[in-house]
Design a protein around this ligand. Structure first.
Ligand code: ZN
Length: 415
């Protein structure tokens, strides 16, 4: 059938999506919620399962050196374009069942729609399931898309370790992947587009009564790791004036992050979500205290300024507290802007389907941000209940999902 004839007849197989969501819920470590961390057993089971779904849909399936799955739908005849879509199946610890999964299932559903309706298309559609989108285990997010776009180095594979001391490369190879990053690379221009459907992970769409969020840009994180080094001692015998307690400057730094964010809080966010104290014993004065400070913004200048300010303040705080310190920027990603033609296309498609849209920036990072290095990217958000995400009560309705999938299908077919 001709695309123009069928485009508004497309029905989404909501039962299939619901069934898959139910099945995927089982691939988890102990609850509450979903714990499907990349390169662990539950993730590997989900990985196998999704691969099987793709093979059932007769996609040409390839798994690369870090465990990204790429399933290609290649119609016969001359191809005008290559487009890609997808998301991730890994989760944070005690996360939800929708983050990432919705984008993966919707990508497979596109292929099912094309086959069901025998739609004639002249573009290759690749379904991509990225490995390790969440930075949970190795403190590095979007690993799969970084490998695809050439931003992951061999040095990182060998040096980044989880809390048990296992390297990234070991974890990858234990799952049966080669760990060869060269074979993950996809050349710039190979795809014309990458479009990702994702839950919003925030409360805006729901509170404004909108169906579809048309993402305008993806804000990027920067992270600074700071370690203060003082002197340990007996908590009962060392007088207060003699102490070089490493935790005090760390506490001041955390409050300082909050203070410097205040004047720019409409443009950026700042968080200290990780701290570590050594020896972490109630009766010993802390000798070493480490934190990871994170800033996110869609505005690179604002973010750069925040990094500079906090680094200066860390120096001053350490001098004041008579401790040594080491601070370095461990992550510094660039925010990306979605091309106008993609924003307008998604908006038009969704409006034609009768959905209420809202242009919205993404505060969270996504694989789409990295795919921007090799092709033009778009992102579609659907509302999630109460804005909850990365927690067991993360939820979105099948009605929301269907609206998102319809918008995605139409966007992919028309782009
Ligand atoms: Zn996600």
């Amino acid at each position: 059938m001709d695309l123009n004839e069928v485009i508004y007849l497309i029905e989404i197989d909501s039962k299939w999506i619901e069934d898959q969501l139910r099945i995927l819920k089982n691939f988890t470590d102990e609850g509450p919620g979903i714990t499907r961390i990349t390169y662990t057993k539950p993730w590997l089971k989900a990985h196998e399962y999704i691969k099987k779904l793709m093979i059932e849909e007769e996609l040409e399936v390839k798994v690369d050196g870090v465990g990204n799955i790429i399933g290609s739908f290649k119609p016969k005849g001359k191809l005008s374009k290559r487009v890609s879509t997808g998301s991730h199946i890994d989760s944070v610890r005690n996360g939800g069942n929708y983050d990432g999964i919705v984008g993966v299932l919707s990508a497979i559903e596109i292929i099912r729609v094309i086959k069901r309706l025998k739609i004639e298309i002249d573009k290759q559609i690749d379904v991509i399931v990225f490995a390790a989108e969440e930075g949970e285990r190795f403190n590095i997010g979007c690993l799969g898309s970084k490998a695809i776009t050439g931003k992951l180095t061999e040095e990182q594979l060998n040096s980044i370790r989880d809390r048990e001391g296992k390297t990234l490369l070991q974890a990858i190879q234990e799952c049966g992947f080669s760990g060869k990053i060269d074979e993950c690379r996809i050349a710039k221009g190979y795809y014309n587009n990458f479009i990702e459907l994702h839950i919003e992970q925030g409360p805006i769409l729901e509170s404004k009564g909108k169906d579809i969020g048309v993402v305008t840009g993806i804000s990027a994180p920067s992270r600074i790791k700071v370690t203060f080094k003082g002197m340990a001692g007996h908590s009962g015998t060392v007088p207060m004036d003699h102490r070089r307690d490493a935790l005090i400057p760390l506490a001041e730094t955390i409050l300082e992050v909050r203070r410097i964010i205040e004047p720019v809080k409409d443009l950026a966010v700042g968080t200290v979500g990780f701290i570590q104290v050594k020896p972490n014993v109630a009766t010993i004065i802390p000798e070493e205290a480490t934190a990871i400070i994170e800033f996110r913004s869609l505005n690179k200048e604002v973010k750069d300024q925040l990094i500079e300010t906090i680094l200066t303040r860390i120096g001053e705080i350490s001098t004041k507290n008579k401790v040594d310190y080491d601070a370095k920027v461990i992550v510094d990603e660039k925010p990306v802007y979605i091309p106008t033609y993609i924003i307008e296309l998604i908006e038009k498609v969704a409006n034609n389907l009768g959905y209420k849209t809202l242009r919205i920036p993404s505060g969270a990072s996504h694989d789409a941000a990295h795919m921007m290095e090799i092709c033009d990217v778009g992102m579609i958000f659907i509302p999630c209940k109460g804005g909850y995400s990365h927690m067991p009560k993360e939820e979105t309705s099948i009605e929301n999902i269907v609206k998102g999938v319809k918008t995605l299908v139409h966007t992919i077919l028309s782009i």
